[in-house]
Design a protein around this ligand. Structure first.
Ligand SMILES: *[C@@H]1O[C@H](CO)[C@@H](O)[C@H](O)[C@H]1NC(C)=O
Length: 509
């Protein structure tokens, strides 16, 4: 197997950073330490709640690359994080691109899947039953928890190839896209923070890990379709609220924005020629060919995946817009005479359950392909019913299982990592993960346990590293500094890539 230029470039970069880090360790022991950046490598709380140290400056980074003492010491934490990031990705490579481990066949047992899910929920509930401090419906703890349990089912669906869950999984993916609309609208609408720094932080969070996976494992971006899909919808939301942001203040202005989004989606996705014209030039980025179906249209996967949830992010934005009214309604209900409120709750629950049952019969039960045709227009129904039921009663609304929320924070990492260090694509670039990674042979359950434990740990570390590097490299409120740092990253990447191309050419002769 010959290495691609991207792989060689990553290896060169990794070695260079390794030298810098060792150098930092050596001079740390000989110099009085001047590490200005506080250790920021911590748990989720400390990376999201407390303010991270300010980003390193362009000058520090350039000096660090030239082995200048003070700067190397200042960047020591960053170097450490980069090194760990590289090591974690080496694990991806070893697990999925070498013959070091065997790969196993998937085997579905409904009983085991249900047993596992129930067991996990029991343990999580027992260990982390919590009451939210925020009293609003659909508070952060609740959405994180929602992400978490859906993610577990989504992953189990892949691990056991539980084909019968196909339609349910489509709804879970729609729920994530809905949350992108909901969360991003709330953020931009309330904070009105359209700064480049914040925007780049979001892009980094969504795409940094996947970029390196694509390069190191020689895969297409759309193999991990969740990433480009959330990226494009995030861009749409940013654009929708950021362009003429002054009209966001009036109801009519917001209505215009929503209508604009709907029209945009209709024109782009319902008219194939428009879709082709817009995304065709990006085929190098958005094209994907499954090696099992080499003759398929490279743009089909992107069309299909992005099309399934093309509308639901707009519904998410609308829900975010209606949220204050919904909150008022719920508070009014809670403050009402309890007998009266009880009747209203029972009646509303009855209506919602009936609607849900109708949707289940008429839509959910359809076979895969027919279901997919209905999905873009109906996925909002089960989501909305779930949200309304989940928040109907204050008791339900404020309780949540914190451990599911923990998993909910690292869904992006568990999504990407599953392909390579939990499942296996069996050494074939761009292949779907149709196999299982086998570390312990002949003991499928023990193997599941060990592989899963490593997998969750690695995903969590990748989450932390991605955040740490983002905070160290992208200043939030200094556009000039941001441009300079990004330019530097791009420049260094290009130099390594160029060196890799030359190395590949010379070894081939
Ligand atoms: C916007 O959506 C993206 C993709 O789901 C997410 O990573 C990001 O956290 C969201 N931003 C906010 C402020 O909720």
């Amino acid at each position: 197997m010959s290495a691609t230029a991207g792989q060689v470039a990553c290896l060169l970069g990794f070695v260079y950073i390794g030298f810098l880090y060792v150098y930092a360790q050596v001079i740390k022991n000989t110099t009085a330490c001047c590490d200005k950046r506080k250790a920021h490598d911590g748990d989720v709380e400390s990376s999201s709640m407390s303010k991270p140290a300010p980003a390193l400056t362009f000058e520090t980074l350039v000096n660090c690359l030239q082995f200048k003492h003070a700067s190397v010491l200042e960047a020591k934490e960053l170097l450490r994080d980069m090194l760990e990031f590289g090591l974690l990705l080496s694990w991806f490579f070893v697990a999925d691109r070498t013959d070091f481990f065997k790969s196993g066949k998937k085997d579905y047992s409904r009983d085991f899947l249900l047993f596992f899910m129930a067991m996990l929920t029991l343990v999580f509930a027992w260990k982390s039953w919590s009451v939210s401090k925020t009293k609003a419906p659909l508070h952060r703890d609740q959405t994180e928890e929602w992400k978490g349990w859906m993610q577990v089912l989504f992953l189990l669906y892949h691990y056991f190839e539980a084909k019968e869950l196909y339609n349910a999984i489509r709804i879970f993916i729609a729920a994530y896209v809905w949350m992108t609309g909901f969360g991003n609208f709330s953020y931009y609408y309330i904070r009105q923070d359209f700064t480049l720094g914040r925007f780049m932080h979001m892009m980094w969070r969504l795409n940094f890990l996947v970029l390196f996976c694509c390069v190191i494992l020689d895969n297409s971006y759309v193999l991990y379709y969740i990433c480009p899909m959330h990226t494009i919808f995030t861009l749409f939301i940013y654009g929708a609220l950021g362009i003429y942001s002054s009209i966001n203040q009036t109801n009519a202005g917001v209505a215009i924005k929503f209508t604009g989004c709907l029209l945009l989606v209709m024109v782009v996705w319902e008219i194939p020629a428009v879709f082709k014209a817009i995304f065709g030039p990006f085929e190098f980025l958005l094209g994907y060919v499954d090696p099992r179906k080499p003759d398929s249209d490279p743009m089909h996967e992107w069309f299909f995946r992005s099309g399934l949830d093309r509308y639901v992010w707009i519904w998410g934005m609308m829900c975010a817009y209606m949220h204050p009214r919904y909150e008022k309604l719920m508070t009014a209900l809670d403050d009402m005479n309890q007998a009266k409120a009880g009747i209203i709750r029972v009646a509303a629950t009855g209506v919602l359950v009936a609607l849900g049952a109708y949707w289940y019969q008429e839509v959910y039960m359809l076979p895969k392909l027919e279901y997919n045709a209905m999905h873009p227009f109906t996925s909002w129904i089960p989501l909305t019913i779930y949200i309304l039921l989940r928040n109907m009663h204050p008791w339900m609304r404020f309780q949540f299982i914190e451990k599911y929320g923990w998993l909910g924070k690292i869904t992006l990492e568990t999504y990407i990592a599953q392909f390579h260090i939990w499942l296996s694509t069996n050494s074939v670039p761009n292949a779907q993960p149709a196999f299982l990674l086998v570390i312990i042979e002949d003991y499928p359950y023990m193997n599941f346990l060990v592989v899963s434990a490593i997998y969750i740990f690695v995903s969590y570390r990748l989450f932390t590293m991605t955040n740490n590097m983002k905070n160290a490299l992208l200043p939030l409120n200094d556009n000039k500094g941001l441009y300079k740092n990004m330019g530097l990253l791009f420049g260094v990447g290009t130099v390594f890539y160029g060196m890799a191309i030359i190395a590949n050419l010379t070894t081939r002769v």
